[in-house]
Design a protein around this ligand. Structure first.
Ligand code: SME
Length: 163
């Protein structure tokens, strides 16, 4: 298994996502354990982009439960109809929130988080988890992040199993 990732330190995010995708594919191809793979994906995204918080919530027994993450302490359980995570999970759509204070129902795990993107993860037709990324800067996420994180989530879907 690769012990480090390589990426351009001063490149734009779309370029860095394109560099990461084959490395994440290789990383996850070498391991079948879902928790190990999610933990490494969180580490890769934290290292490459320095996000304030990056991690997973996994659907279990009717709610979203905290999974592997990088960053400060986080809320452990989120109802399917609550917060940005619940919104992305239940609408099955990637959600970009430029200003979390302006999103009704945003769950503030940390008062330092200012903007957020959440990408649903599927097993077949079923939403089974979400990838959640928080920034301490306003409006930090764009369509480049949506495309890049969705590309990474498609790799996760092929190599991980949930539930
Ligand atoms: N802000 C999220 C909760 C999870 S934390 O950001 C890690 C939400 O509103 O769903």
């Amino acid at each position: 298994m690769a012990e480090s990732i390589a990426f351009s330190k001063s490149a734009d995010r779309a370029t860095v996502y394109a560099e990461l995708v084959p490395q994440v594919e290789a990383l996850l191809s070498g391991e079948t354990d879902t928790i190990a793979n999610l933990a490494n994906v969180a580490a890769v995204l934290k290292e490459a982009f320095g996000f304030f918080w990056v991690g997973f919530y996994i659907a279990k027994d009717g709610e979203l439960v905290l999974g592997p993450f990088q960053g400060p302490l986080a809320c452990t359980r989120i109802a399917f109809d609550k917060g940005v995570c619940g919104h992305a999970y239940s609408t099955r759509e990637t959600v970009i929130v430029p200003d979390v204070d302006a999103f009704p129902g945003h769950i503030a795990c940390s008062s330092a988080a200012r903007s957020e993107i959440v990408v649903p993860i599927f097993s077949g037709e079923q939403a089974v988890a979400v990838l959640d990324v928080d920034s301490d800067r306003l409006a930090d996420f764009s369509e480049a992040d949506s495309a890049g994180l969705n590309a990474i989530v498609r790799i996760i879907e092929r190599h991980c199993s949930f539930g």
